[in-house]
Design a protein around this ligand. Sequence first.
Ligand code: CP
Ligand code: NVA
Length: 304
Amino acid sequence: MTVRHFLTLLDFSTDELKVLLSRAHALKAMHRRGETHLPLQHKTLAMIFEKASTRTRVSFETGMTQLGGHALFLSPRDSQLGRGEPVADTARVISAMVDAVMIRAHRHDMVETFAAHSRVPVINALTDLHHPCQLLADMQTYEEHRGSIVGRTVAWLGDGNNVCQSYVHAAERFDFTLRIACPEGDAPDSAILAEAGSRVEILRDPRAAVAGADLVVTDVWASMGQEAEQAERNARFTPYQVDARLMALAKPDALFMHCLPAHRGEEVTAEVIDGPQSVVWDEAENRLHAQKALLEFLVTSSHA
Ligand code: CP
Ligand code: NVA
């Protein structure tokens, strides 16, 4: 049996992602009805966090509990990973005991190395390059509020970071147009962009990116690990702040998303993130439902 991993959205086909999202909607409805669903009884998810997290940790840990399983929190500070035990050795050892591994890592190649030596599915819970779990929740949230995203226009404002790069993959898999407005030098990786082809456009002008968009998305200007550059980055990204005037250029029924945590007054004004077009709380909650669908898919089925 081949072990499937979820390191980027491209690890799954469009059809598989569609199945996953429809399962996420179903699991959310079941949870709302108070139904018990325990397909992961006696299964364990190891969660390795090299960086801080609120949503990712709570959603994966709660998700495993709701599915009847157990989640195990590991940080490099308290495990031998932080004392230099090789990633490949750690992967062999942990994957011999648990049923899936979730990793939030500084470097994407750490997650790739782990997956290459793991007997069980590995899930990328954010690296310097990608945040695919966030995109599952974002796509679920868009569908929930507006239906299919196929053929829609999404505007990304600000840093072409890990979440933005997963948006590039999402444009490819879910077939929408992505307009990224960012300063020169802050665009996503050119190889990642090249794969997505003409669906993704890089612009300097935030107004042009947002004009007529169905969804407006942003993220912090300094990601975890870039705190020392905060002041300099704030100055560079100021023209890309999502405020009410910018939102007014999008479609009247456009949604606003942000993976959170947010810095009000920097990448987005309080008026927008706390306003009627913002769906950030549903987006955060959907991390739970989308990742339950992902865990169920990876742990209970055998995929050729
Ligand atoms: N959006 C997101 O991944 O949040 P956390 O950093 O709190 O996990
Ligand atoms: N781009 C942000 C996302 C946090 C969920 C970061 O990497 O810190």
